[in-house]
Design a binder for this molecule. Structure first.
Ligand code: HEC
Ligand code: HEC
Length: 256
């Protein structure tokens, strides 16, 4: 009687214990990770940012984040604001859940902290020059911007900005329709070191670019002037065909 009772009980105990190591049973590692539980910088950056800002933070269509000078000038609240809310009228999406994005507030902080940890550090020596602030209220002057552009940028982009031997157009209306004033300003201050565009001092990764030899570092006012001149090329309806008197409806040329 005692034995008959114990055997089925024993079987039950073994069966119950056995479930934990049955072949095919998913282990903890096989359980799907809820997207909001991902906190590793590399995963967050690769899944959300690298398509535009480039693998390892450079060589993407959007500005490199792998840039110590940029990360020195951009403070946390600036980076978190932009990553959360995006940049309206550009391709930079909003990532905060409250704005329809897919990242929690703590994940957005993880991306920014991770970028600083991975790519920040000491910007190449700024010698005696103070970098212009990344954000500025200084009003630019289009006329001054035009001549500054010809002097500082013309050797690579062409004196009128339509493109030269080294770099493409910065006055193209389709380009300007998708770039914010801040993106232009950030580029003029920090350059595109990955693509060979120098920073405000005329340096590429700490080395002077020959095209900027003999020119002083750009200051806040000069950066605003150049930005204003570039923006003066924006069109109300970019990419549309523009009718003119020589090109009347119907395709015939009107004789006055
Ligand atoms: C679909 C493309 C795309 C994705 C994905 C994207 N960005 Fe951007 N990002 C852009 C573009 C384009 C700009 C420039 C917008 C403008 O004109 O101001 C930008 C601008 C920025 C800026 C401001 C740059 C400046 O000039 O100061 C930051 C910071 C930034 N992105 C961070 C991120 C982070 C972090 C992620 C991932 C969580 C991310 N971006 C994902 C396209 C993208
Ligand atoms: C040494 C050559 C050189 C000089 C000088 C130079 N650039 Fe560039 N610039 C480049 C290259 C290379 C690129 C990337 C390729 C391209 O856009 O054709 C670039 C890209 C740009 C872009 C587009 C950036 C982007 O992320 O889409 C802007 C805007 C720009 N330059 C503005 C300027 C302005 C304004 C000046 C003067 C203050 C200047 N550049 C001086 C070489 C130069």
């Amino acid at each position: 009687m005692r034995l008959r009772c114990t055997i089925p009980m024993l079987t039950l105990i073994i069966a119950a214990a056995g479930c934990d190591w049955m072949p095919g049973k998913p282990t903890k590692a096989d359980e799907p990770v809820v997207p909001s539980d991902v906190h590793a910088f590399t995963t967050l950056y690769t899944n959300n940012c690298s398509g535009c800002h480039g693998a390892n933070g450079q060589f993407g269509p959007a500005r490199p984040l792998n840039d110590p000078l940029y990360l020195t000038l951009a403070d946390d609240s600036y980076l978190i604001d932009i990553t959360s809310g995006g940049v309206p009228h550009t391709l930079m999406p909003a990532f905060a859940q409250r704005d329809g994005g897919g990242l929690t507030e703590s994940q957005i902080k993880d991306v920014i902290n991770g970028a600083r940890r991975t790519w920040g550090g000491h910007a190449a020596s700024t010698e005696s020059t103070t970098p212009p602030p990344l954000q500025s209220e200084t009003t630019g002057d289009v006329g001054r911007g035009q001549s500054l552009f010809a002097t500082y940028c013309g050797s690579c982009h062409g004196a009128d900005g339509t493109g030269g031997d080294v770099a493409g157009s910065v006055v193209d209306s389709s380009f300007l329709a998708m770039a914010s004033p801040q993106a232009l300003r950030s580029t003029i201050i920090c350059g595109r070191l990955d693509l060979g565009m120098p920073d405000y001092r005329g340096h590429i990764n700490g080395k002077p670019a020959p095209q900027r030899a003999g020119l002083t570092a750009l200051n806040d006012q000069q950066v605003s002037d150049i930005t204003a001149w570039i923006l003066s090329h924006r069109l109300e309806y970019p990419g549309a065909p523009y009718p003119s008197l020589k090109d009347p409806p119907g395709g015939e040329t009107k004789t006055p």
